[in-house]
Design a protein around this ligand. Sequence first.
Ligand SMILES: [Cu+2]
Length: 95
Amino acid sequence: MSFTPVFTVRAEAQLHVIEIDKMKFGAAPAGIHAGDTIIWKNADLVKHSATARDGSFDIDLPRKSQDSMIVKNTGTVDVYCRYHPGMIMTLVITP
Ligand SMILES: [Cu+2]
């Protein structure tokens, strides 16, 4: 007799790193889920930010710094840099 679980609990929260280098956001990681952690790294010599257009987060990143956040909202989130509005990326976050 086999046992089939009726639901599965997702494995532990994951860690994703997004590096900003040469005035560009690195590639958006695949498979971001609510509850995961994103570490934003700024490898540049100028200040950047990782700012969600929907207002769900706004991380200030002094030069050569990093900061982390726990992903709360799900959906497609457009991200830009407040200091360089041409810097953009999109995160896709699933539950
Ligand atoms: Cu910037």
